[in-house]
Every structure is written in structure tokens, then in C-alpha cells.
Design a protein around this ligand. Structure first.
Ligand code: BTN
Length: 267
């Protein structure tokens, strides 16, 4: 089964990309706890390194940000984690959720009908028509050396009718937008190629990422309340800074740079 999955992922790839993603870099599992947990364990144990992919049909302990549970849908969505070796410049690590949003969002838009767009909601949700299509959870390990694990859950062939009622109003999938099923492995192949293209160039190409996000920025221009570990900040979201932080302009004309948040409410 893993070989068939690998063949479908790399079908149509150029040789230059295939050379950077060999069959041994893929771990396909029908069921697992969490692909992020699996990949972190592999990295720490030395059985994976840069550009290793763990992908599962379903997760029993899929994790979202702030300890949320991530609903997967058996065999119909993409649930995967990709390792990226981190360079010494820590300022750039906080850019990764936005790089991931750009890569996944561009891949999805490439199969959207012309004119349809993804919305990127800081820090790392991808929406379509205000409903969540994908979530991104970036974690790091420093041992044996610094790696990021980019965990992505993308609703591909999910039917809203199959979701618990409380998620039906706030979620969407490629299926719901396109009105037909997509080949999950083809979509995954597009995303992996996106990472192969951009990752070596993040220091120079982050401006392209910000330029891509700006017209798709879900929070931009909205009045929001951000709850952080230290304080609550209210203001108008004005965009994303060069370190990946949310820029918020308050009523005293002060600009706040929010690095992380517990919760964001659109007022
Ligand atoms: C969020 O929106 O809170 C982020 C959700 C990230 C979910 C993905 S699914 C694959 C990977 N494994 C996990 O346990 N979580 C991420």
C-alpha cells in the first residue's frame, strides 16, 4: 500500500523534485495516534531527518493548536506531518506557519475554479468563504538537532453531513467547494512540491509569502480581540509582520505585534 501511495504522490513530478523525496522518506499509516507525535518521535530517535513525511488515513489523537482535538474523517482527508531541518536563524522559525499556509493555500487554489480564493487566518488556519478548510500545527524538536514538524490537516473529500453538527457551520472541504472528489495523493504531491520549491529560499522569499497572504488575509481590516498569555489586546488587524507576527492597531494609535495568542475573537 505504501508503494502505491508513494507512486501516486510523485506521479507527474519533475526528476529534480523526485530526487529530493525518495520512497524511504514516506511513512504511510492507515491509523495512528497523531502524525505529529509519530514524526517527532522518529526525529528524536534518529530514524527520520529532513523532508520526512508521515501521513495517515485516520488519527485517534489528532492534535490541534492549544491542545484542541483535530477531527480527521477516515480516509477522506489529508492528515500529515513533514519535517524540515531548521537553520540557525531563530527569527525565521516563526515564519514557518505562514510559509505552510502559502504552500497549502497555493496548492488548493491551483485546483479551484478561477476566481475562487483561499483566506488565510492568522496564525495558521486556511478558510474558504469564512469556513475552515485546513489547520496547521508547527512544532519543533531541538534534539538531535533543530527540526520543525509541520502538521497539516486538510479537508479534502469530507462531506459536511458527516461532521458533528457543531462543526457543520464552521467547516468546509475541497469536495464542498468543487462539488466533486479529489485524489488526496495528487493534492499532497502538489503541497510537497510547494515545500521543495520554497523551503531553501525562505530568507529571500518570505516577502512573496506576505504578498500572497495580504489580499487573502481574513483578519485584515477587522476589529479583533486577541487573548494572549499576558494580556488582552483589542484593535484593528493591519497585516502580518516580517517575523510572522499579527499587527494590531489600537484606538490609541499604537501598533501591537502579537507573537502568539490563546484565542482571537472578531468583534
Ligand atoms: C489547528 O487548526 O488547530 C491545527 C490542526 C492540525 C491538525 C494536523 S492533522 C495532522 C497533524 N497531526 C496532528 O496531530 N495534528 C496535525
Amino acid at each position: 500500500m505504501s508503494e502505491a501511495v508513494y507512486r501516486e504522490i510523485v506521479a507527474g513530478w519533475k526528476a529534480e523534485h523526485r530526487a529530493l523525496f525518495a520512497f524511504e522518506q514516506l511513512d504511510y499509516r492507515e491509523v495512528t495516534g497523531s502524525t505529529n507525535d509519530d514524526l517527532l518521535a522518529k526525529l528524536r530517535g534518529g530514524s527520520a531527518d529532513h523532508f520526512h513525511l508521515v501521513v495517515a488515513d485516520s488519527q485517534t489523537k489528532g492534535r490541534g493548536r492549544r491542545g484542541d482535538h483535530w477531527e480527521g474523517g477516515r480516509g477522506c482527508n489529508l492528515l500529515f506531518s513533514l519535517s524540515l531541518e531548521l537553520g540557525p536563524n531563530r527569527d525565521q522559525w516563526s515564519r514557518l506557519p505562514h510559509v505552510a499556509a502559502y504552500v497549502v493555500g497555493s496548492a488548493v487554489e491551483s485546483i479551484f475554479p478561477p476566481g475562487d480564493r483561499i483566506e488565510a487566518k492568522w496564525p495558521n488556519d486556511l478558510l474558504c468563504n469564512g469556513r475552515k478548510m485546513a489547520g496547521i500545527l508547527v512544532e519543533t524538536t531541538l534534539s538531535p538537532k533543530p527540526y520543525a514538524v509541520i502538521g497539516i490537516g486538510l479537508n479534502v473529500n469530507l462531506r459536511l453531513d458527516d461532521l458533528p453538527s457543531e462543526l457543520r457551520q464552521t467547516s468546509t472541504s475541497l469536495y464542498e467547494v468543487l462539488g466533486c472528489e479529489s485524489n488526496r495523493w495528487f493534492v499532497l504531491g502538489l503541497i510537497l512540491q510547494g515545500f521543495l520549491e520554497i523551503y531553501p529560499n525562505i530568507p529571500t522569499s518570505f516577502d512573496d509569502v506576505l504578498d500572497w497572504i495580504a489580499p487573502r488575509d481574513y483578519l485584515r481590516g477587522k476589529h479583533v480581540r486577541v487573548i494572549t498569555a499576558k494580556e488582552n489586546v483589542e484593535g484593528v488587524a493591519t497585516g502580518i509582520g516580517r517575523g510572522g507576527e499579527l499587527l494590531l492597531h489600537d484606538s490609541d494609535e499604537q501598533t501591537h505585534r502579537i507573537i502568539s495568542s490563546e484565542k482571537i475573537e472578531v468583534c
